[in-house]
Design a protein around this ligand. Structure first.
Ligand code: NDP
Length: 346
């Protein structure tokens, strides 16, 4: 059946934020295809999620060479969806991919050499059926390869027209500063950083966000819902059959769901309820409460989850008391309080 995107998809311009000091705006929620879009998953479910995302105004879709399983299959799935449904809308999309983790056998299929990064990008473009990606990331810092070599490969991807922008993922604040300077000198400034960040892992508040602001880079936290732990998925104390923690290939392991974790999520859920939000919605609003966070990079296994998550954008404001209640549940009193205050939006 032919797909006509919703004519209302850009009706709310306020859902877009400028990415650092670049010319690019991203929706405050972006869709990642790490889980639920592999060869093991149902194609039509993934396709319906992508269509719904685009209908809602979500213009950014995030991939990596190794997403699946099997590795590479999420890019193939997205390539099929692009061809079938979105080919007329390529210029409305920001498609990203990455290389940095094991992708093929032998000494050239992992980490950060120029050989690996550029060969992997070519492979990704083939699977996606694209001439270029909008953002090409180094997925993780390679301590064995000179950072100049890895950054040189990213800059070459831009010069060769195979990527419009470059990004860094899982780099420490110090590595980010060094990489950003090299990339600037090479004429391919770093657009964005993709770190893990959620209520259970707040490391970026201490230093990384300040570095990104200085460098003019955006920030796109991955797994803001802690892979589903910060939603109603496990609140009842059991693991639903179709949940990530129940899947053999899922990265969320059942032993993460401890009584201590459940006690915290129940308290957080009660705060969310006071705000008239689900736990997922409050969590996502909280993730983007600092304007240095450009967009939260979410996953979804169902269209209904995506719709629910997107509705978080209807209530983004927190009172100081709500933030304090959340901090108390998370016990963040040992962190620097000034980094936890919401900043003025720009
Ligand atoms: P999330 O933390 O958003 O977790 C998504 C999962 O949460 C879904 O699969 C679903 O679980 C559950 N969920 C989502 N919305 C709802 C809802 N409204 N109600 C109830 N449950 C919900 O993100 P991911 O861990 O999926 O990561 C997102 C993206 O981040 C990835 O696709 C990838 O693009 C990127 N990423 C990058 C990494 C990096 O190293 N750069 C590492 C990891 C991720 P269920 O499946 O159980 O239904």
């Amino acid at each position: 059946m032919y797909y006509y995107p919703a004519s209302t998809r850009y009706a709310t311009p306020s859902i877009y934020r400028r990415c650092g000091r670049s010319g690019i705006h991203l929706p405050m929620l972006s869709l990642g295809l790490w889980h639920n879009f592999g060869g093991v998953d149902t194609f039509e479910t993934g396709r319906a999620i992508v269509r719904k995302a685009f209908d809602l105004g979500i213009t950014h879709f995030d991939l990596a060479n190794n997403y699946g399983p099997p590795p590479g299959s999420a890019e193939e799935t997205f390539g099929k969806i692009l061809k079938a449904d979105l080919s007329a809308h390529r210029d409305e999309l920001i498609v990203s991919t990455k290389a940095g983790y094991l992708m093929w056998e032998g000494p050239y299929g992992d980490w950060g050499s120029r050989k690996y990064l550029l060969a992997s990008l070519d492979q990704s473009l083939k699977r996606l059926g694209l001439d270029y990606v909008d953002i090409f990331y180094h997925h993780r810092m390679d301590p064995q390869t000179p950072i100049e070599e890895s950054m040189g490969a990213l800059a070459h991807a831009v010069r060769s027209g195979k990527a419009l922008y470059v990004g860094l993922s899982n780099y420490t604040p110090k590595e980010t500063s060094i990489a950003a300077k090299i990339l600037r000198d090479l004429g391919a400034p770093a657009l964005i950083h993709q770190p893990n960040y959620n209520m259970f892992n707040r490391w970026i508040e201490l230093e990384l966000l300040a570095v990104l602001e200085d460098e003019g880079m955006g920030c796109i936290p991955f797994s803001p819902l802690a892979q589903g732990l910060l939603t109603n998925r496990y609140l009842a104390g059991n693991i639903p059959n179709d949940a990530r923690a129940a899947k053999a290939h899922g990265f969320l392991k059942a032993d993460r769901i401890t009584p201590e974790l459940l006690a915290k999520t129940k308290k957080l859920n009660a705060i969310a309820a006071q705000r008239g939000q689900s736990l997922a919605q409050m969590t996502l609003a909280w993730t983007v409460r600092d304007p240095r966070v450009t967009t939260a990079l979410i996953g979804a296994s169902k269209v209904a989850q995506l719709e629910e998550s997107f509705a978080a954008l209807q209530n983004l404001d927190f009172t100081p008391d709500e933030l304090a209640q959340i901090d108390a549940v998370l016990r963040v009193d040992s962190m620097k309080k000034d980094t936890l205050k919401p900043k003025k939006r720009r």
